[in-house]
Design a protein. Structure first.
Length: 108
């Protein structure tokens, strides 16, 4: 029974990610634009370091706080950084959720 509940929880988590529009960072581009807010951004052959927007809008195009899910599809780990000092390494196969509160980035 416990195994079924764990499987159900994992499935629900995947459904949440799939409900977001998927976007891809163009090859060899080392920055994430504001337009990726509210989306699942898949990184394929991304540079080792990718920058977040300096100051994204407080709200994205759907009028919700700016946030992004980033999935690294490889082939190497990617560090996501900001000028304000935020730094996060995303390993191959890992998905992270990053949000902006108007002053700084945080991982949720």
């Amino acid at each position: 029974m416990q195994a079924c509940l764990i499987c159900l929880a994992l499935l629900m988590g995947q459904m949440d990610l799939q409900s977001k529009p998927v976007a891809h960072l163009p090859p060899h581009r080392n920055y994430i634009g504001n337009q990726f807010g509210g989306k699942l951004l898949e990184l394929i052959d991304a540079p080792a370091v990718v920058s977040l927007p300096e100051a994204p809008p407080r709200l994205d195009s759907h009028r919700v706080p700016w946030e992004i899910d980033i999935k690294n599809l490889g082939p190497q780990a990617v560090s996501v950084v900001s000028r304000s000092g935020f730094r996060l390494t995303i390993h191959v196969g890992q998905t992270v959720h990053i949000s902006w509160n108007g002053a700084f980035y945080s991982r949720k």
